[in-house]
Design a protein around this ligand. Structure first.
Ligand code: PLP
Length: 392
C-alpha cells in the first residue's frame, strides 16, 4: 500500500464486539475489564495486546500510534501530550543506560536547545552543539568523547538547512550511538529517517500531522532496538497523549498527503515570487536550486517536494519594520506554530528563538529582519496578494 493510502486507512477499523466502527471512537475509560483474571494477567504481562490502564494503553491512542508507526517505518510508537515531552522522553530513553553526553545540531527548535541546556544540563548531561551540515565537525564531536545520543532536525529551524541524514546515521551506527531525528518540518511524506538509519523519530503532532491548529501533541517512533526501553519508560512516567487529541490527530492525518501536496506546491510559488521581490533581501527555501544543501535535498527528498516552509529577510528592516509588515497582513495569520491549513507567519527573534541572546542568533545567521512563513492550503494567489499588499 502506498503511503497516501496508509494515511487514510492505517490504525483504524478495529473490531469492537460484533461490529467494526469505520473510524476509531474516543475511549475515555481510565481502566479496562476482561472476562477472566488470567487474560488481564496476560495483558499486564504484555503477552496479549489490549488496554489495562490509560497510562499504559488507550485504544484511541493505540490507533494513532499504529498509524504513525507505519508511516515512519518504525517498530513501535508512543503518542505524547506535546512535541517537547516526546523529545524529552526519547532523550531520556536513549541516555538511560548510555554515557550522559549528547551531540546536538546547533540550529534547532528553541525549546529543544532549552531542554538540553536548562533541564538536562543541570542534571549532568553534557551537550556538544555542532553544525549538522558540517560532517567533519559532526564526526569529530561524536568521537572526541563517549556519547549517548545524537539529535538533529530533518529541516533545521529556521534557515531551512538540510543535513545529510543518511551520512549522519551511518556515522552514528558506526559509533553505536542512537540518532534521534525531529522530523516535524518534513513529515514522513518527504523523509522517513528510520529508513535512512536513524533510531528514533520525533514529531510535534501540533504541526503538520494534526494540521488544523487545534491540537497540542507529539509522537515518538522507534526502531526495535530502542522501542522496548522507550515503552517501559513511557509506562512509568506517562508522557502520553489524551484520547481527544489522539482522535483529532488521527482525523487530521487522513488528509496529510493532500495537504502536503498543496502546501509544497504553494510554497514553491511563494518562494520564487519572494526571491525576485525587491523588498526581500534573502529567501531561504529547500527548493532553491542554489540552496547550500541542494545535493542532499535531491538525494533525500521526493522530486519537486521541498516542504511548506519559506523564510525571508525584509530588506533593511529592524524589529519595528518587521512588526509593521506583519501587522499589515490581512489573511496570513501572525501566530506561532506551523503546518496548519492556514498560512502562518512567525518572527523567530521574538518567538521560536527569543531565548537566545542577540549574539547567539547572529552567530547562527538568524537576523532581526528574518521571518518564517508556513504556507497553507489556500489559493496561492491570495497568499501572494496578501504578502504583496503588506510589502508595498
Ligand atoms: C513545535 C516544535 C516542537 C515542539 O512541539 P510542541 O508540540 O510545541 O511541544 C519541536 N520541534 C519542532 C521542529 C517544532 O516545530
Amino acid at each position: 500500500m502506498k503511503i497516501e493510502s496508509k494515511t487514510v486507512h492505517w490504525g483504524d477499523r478495529r473490531k469492537a464486539g460484533n461490529f467494526t466502527p469505520v473510524t476509531t471512537p474516543i475511549y475515555t475509560a481510565a481502566s479496562y475489564v476482561y472476562e477472566s483474571m488470567d487474560q488481564l494477567d496476560r495483558v499486564f504481562a504484555l503477552e496479549e495486546s489490549g488496554p489495562s490502564y490509560a497510562r499504559y494503553d488507550n485504544p484511541t491512542r493505540s490507533a494513532l500510534e499504529e498509524l504513525v508507526r507505519e508511516l515512519e517505518s518504525g517498530a513501535g510508537a508512543i503518542a505524547c501530550a506535546s512535541g517537547m515531552i516526546g523529545i524529552h522522553t526519547a532523550l531520556l530513553a536513549a541516555l538511560l543506560d548510555r554515557p550522559k553526553r549528547v551531540v546536538a545540531a546547533n540550529m534547532m527548535y528553541g525549546a529543544t536547545t532549552g531542554l538540553l541546556m536548562n533541564v538536562l544540563g543541570p542534571m549532568g548531561v553534557e551537550t556538544a552543539h555542532v553544525d549538522p551540515c558540517d560532517l567533519t565537525a559532526f564526526e569529530a564531536a561524536l568521537t572526541e568523547a563517549k556519547t549517548g545520543a545524537v539529535i538533529v532536525e530533518t529541516i533545521a529551524n529556521p534557515l531551512l538547512r538540510v543535513p545529510a541524514l543518511d551520512k549522519i546515521a551511518a556515522l552514528c551506527r558506526a559509533a553505536d550511538v542512537p540518532l534521534i531525528v525531529d522530523n516535524t518540518f518534513a513529515t514522513p511524506l518527504l523523509v522517513r529517517p528510520l529508513e535512512l538509519g536513524a533510531s528514533m523519530v520525533c514529531h510535534s503532532a501540533t504541526k503538520y500531522l494534526a494540521g488544523h491548529g487545534d491540537v497540542l501533541g507529539g509522537v515518538i517512533v522507534a526502531d526495535q532496538a530502542n522501542y522496548d526501553a522507550l515503552r517501559t519508560l513511557s509506562r512509568t512516567i506517562g508522557p502520553v497523549m489524551g484520547p481527544f487529541e489522539s482522535y483529532l490527530t488521527l482525523r487530521g492525518i487522513k488528509t496529510l498527503a493532500l495537504r502536503i501536496e498543496r502546501q509544497c506546491a504553494n510554497a514553491c510559488k511563494v518562494a520564487s515570487w519572494l526571491a525576485t521581490h525587491p523588498r526581500a533581501e534573502r529567501t531561504f527555501f529547500p527548493g532553491d536550486p542554489k540552496h547550500p544543501d541542494s545535493e542532499t535535498i535531491a538525494r533525500l527528498f521526493p522530486p519537486n517536494r521541498f516542504g511548506g516552509l519559506v523564510s525571508f529577510e525584509l530588506k533593511g528592516a529592524g524589529r519595528a519594520e518587521v512588526f509593521r509588515f506583519m501587522e499589515k497582513l490581512k489573511m496570513v495569520v501572525r501566530a506561532t506554530s506551523l503546518g496548519d491549513v492556514h498560512t502562518l507567519i512567525l518572527y523567530p527573534a521574538m518567538a521560536s528563538h527569543r531565548d537566545l541572546s542577540p549574539k547567539h542568533r547572529e552567530r547562527l545567521g538568524i537576523r532581526d529582519n528574518l521571518m518564517r512563513i508556513s504556507v497553507g492550503i489556500e489559493a496561492v494567489e491570495d497568499i501572494v496578494a496578501d504578502l504583496d499588499q503588506a510589502l508595498s
